[in-house]
Design a protein around this ligand. Structure first.
Ligand code: PEP
Ligand code: NA
Ligand code: MN
Length: 604
């Protein structure tokens, strides 16, 4: 046994054996099994404060809150260093980096040998999803970062409760993380240890994660993107469920009727804002179940049930304000770990968008005095907060229900200046899967009704699908055969970002998005009228509640317009995108494309 190996608080022989093996490889000074207690959290935080990793914020302004500033070379997920190491390259697909698993294992053995010298190895058991849920699954992260251990305590159900769920024989996903910054005898630590070389590696067949060199976000908090999306997507394919990059929203109508919506958008499309929406419409209520990830399984009644596998929000701070997301701002009033925001002179945090102009005396995320004239932001654009979801004033009471919540509608969306209507309902499940497969955002500000350069992000899963995306589309299509298709959620495509000829956004967005949700809600009850267009069903004249919005007739017409000529151009771009998947692209999606082209031909 490695010197200092803390007696394991478990009789799970496989777990103990794995921990001993990783300790022997990485040679930490100490091994600490996390129990998830408040006392443990405070002790790790005190250690991080003494190393300069965390700084306590003014407890009168932000009780229980801390600030970390990362190394400037470790500020975001690194997709170029993220690998899916399936046995066969084709199973990683054309959209992931692939490396041969045997070669990669050899490389990792070398990189991890002695990588934790001088540090504590934390063993972090965690449950993704509510404790006791059939939809939930377990993992254990080994990390030499106290910041990661504490953050995992915020983002997951971490510690003794997860270990208890595991029992003596349970299955868990092993995830090994190192900063890649061993300390020699007597060597002083730095506030944000990391390595210039980074590897974020997944072995989908053996359900393993290995992460080297980064301490930031999804690179290091391995329960999130690495497990709950990349590895879980593979588990979901094999077991007949869905692991998706989706928020989960509860909607209550003025009569008290409830529906649940799951929604996938590429980044920078307002996912966290929609997850915490404050409806502008009198009598409507929106509550948050999750803001980033949904695990969904068909229940005994044939409906699709979703849980949020996470216990916290790891959100982008810049742009978050009382105007854009009041619920988020209130969630952030205490017990938050901020990373790469600016610091105020009086011991609080600040970021671009929090207030109109920066307060005097700001320290930027790099620790230097902020110079507003420099044009450099004070907070890093990917500055983050980590906070318990239960603190959100809009959290749905059932957000931790082990049964999950039955999903009535699935929304896809992108940032589209042109072509794409405010809301479109799919004709059926396969058509909805076709919509999801073609999700894209416009890179440049396109002119009205001229399609700009498109960045495809199918199902908003491009960086997160742990296997061949063609097979992923096929898996989505197969869900229709796993239950009565009438019990599956209906699928919609939304676009808050359409622009007028003058280049301004036509739709006000934010709380007014409740108007679109209301139409969707009423569609589900067959109470709202729709018009069939070649691309799907849009609100019939008068069916979308725009009362009091002050939209002109022509703006409303533009929002809902489907121009067959523009869409013929749009449809013509799809084959080049699909072609990369070769014979892994399901024929049913080529059929959808042909059917769309035929409908457009008829309409011209
Ligand atoms: C992350 O980096 O961990 C993360 C949450 O990424 P994103 O916001 O892009 O989903
Ligand atoms: Na990131
Ligand atoms: Mn995300």
């Amino acid at each position: 046994m490695t010197p200092g190996l803390h007696p394991a608080p478990t009789r799970h022989a496989g777990l103990v054996e794995w921990v001993e093996r990783i300790a022997a490889l990485t040679r930490p000074d100490r091994v600490h099994w996390c129990d998830g207690s408040e006392a443990e959290k405070q002790a790790i935080i005190a250690d991080l404060v003494s190393r300069g990793t965390l700084r306590a914020l003014d407890p009168d302004k932000r009780p229980g809150s801390y600030h970390a500033a990362s190394d400037p070379k470790d500020v975001a997920r690194v997709e170029s260093r993220t690998f899916i190491c399936s046995r066969d390259e084709i199973d990683a697909g054309p959209t992931n980096n692939w490396a041969d698993p045997q070669e990669m294992r050899g490389r990792l053995e070398g990189l991890f040998a002695g990588c934790m010298r001088g540090r504590t190895m934390y063993v972090v058991p965690f449950c993704m999803g509510p404790l006791g849920s059939d939809i939930s699954a377990l993992g254990v992260e080994i990390t030499d970062s106290g910041y990661v251990a504490v953050s995992m305590g915020v983002m997951t159900r971490m510690g003794a409760a997860a270990l208890e769920q595991l029992g003596e024989t349970g299955t868990f996903v092993p995830a090994v993380h190192t900063l890649g910054a061993p300390l020699d005898e007597g060597q002083a630590d730095v506030p944000w240890p990391c390595n210039d070389e980074k590897w974020i590696v997944h072995f989908p067949e053996t359900r393993e994660i290995w992460s080297y060199g980064s301490g930031y976000g999804g690179n290091a908090l391995l329960g999130k993107k690495c497990y709950a999306l990349r590895i879980a997507s593979v588990m979901a394919r094999d077991e007949g469920w869905l692991a998706e990059h989706m928020l989960i929203l509860k909607l209550t109508s003025p009569t008290g009727a409830v529906k649940y919506v799951a929604a996938a958008f590429p980044s920078a499309c307002g996912k966290t804002n929609l997850a915490m929406l404050e409806p502008s419409l009198e009598g409507w209520k929106a509550e948050c179940v999750g803001d980033d990830i949904a695990w969904m399984r068909i229940g005994a009644d044939g409906r699709l049930y979703a849980v949020n596998p996470e216990a916290g929000f790891f959100g982008v701070a810049p742009g978050t304000s009382r105007n854009t997301n009041r619920n988020a701002v209130e969630t952030l009033s205490r017990d938050v770990i901020y990373t790469n925001t600016a610091l105020t002179a009086d011991g609080d945090v600040w970021w671009e968008g929090l207030s109109k102009s920066p307060p005097d005396g700001l320290t930027n995320w790099k620790g230097q005095p902020h110079d507003p004239a420099s044009g450099e932001p004070a907070a890093h654009p990917n500055a983050r907060f980590a906070v318990a979801a239960g603190q959100c004033p809009a959290i749905a009471p059932e957000w931790e229900d082990p049964k999950g919540v039955p999903i009535d509608a699935i929304l896809f969306g992108g940032r589209r200046a042109s072509a794409v209507p405010l809301v479109t309902e799919a004709f059926d499940w396969a058509h909805g899967v076709f919509m999801g497969s073609t999700v894209a955002s416009e890179g440049t500000a396109a002119a009205e009704n001229k399609v700009g350069e498109l960045r495809r992000d199918p199902f908003a899963m491009l960086p997160f699908c742990g296997y061949n995306m063609g097979d992923y589309f096929a898996h989505w299509l197969s869900m229709a055969g796993r239950t009565d298709p009438a019990k599956l959620p209906r699928i919609f495509f939304v676009n808050w970002f359409r622009k007028g000829a003058d280049g301004r956004f036509i739709w006000p967005g934010f709380g007014e998005n409740a108007r679109v949700l209301k139409w969707i809600f009423e569609r589900l009850d067959d109470r709202a009228a729709a018009l069939d267009t070649p691309v799907g069903r849009v609100p019939a004249p008068g069916a979308l509640d725009v009362e009091g919005l002050g939209l002109s007739e022509s703006d409303l017409a533009t929002l809902l317009d489907v121009d067959p000529d523009v869409w013929t151009e749009e449809a013509a771009m799809i084959p080049a995108f699909y072609a990369q998947f070769g014979d892994r692209l399901p024929g049913a999606l080529w059929d959808q494309h042909a059917a769309l082209s035929a409908r457009l031909e008829d309409a011209r």
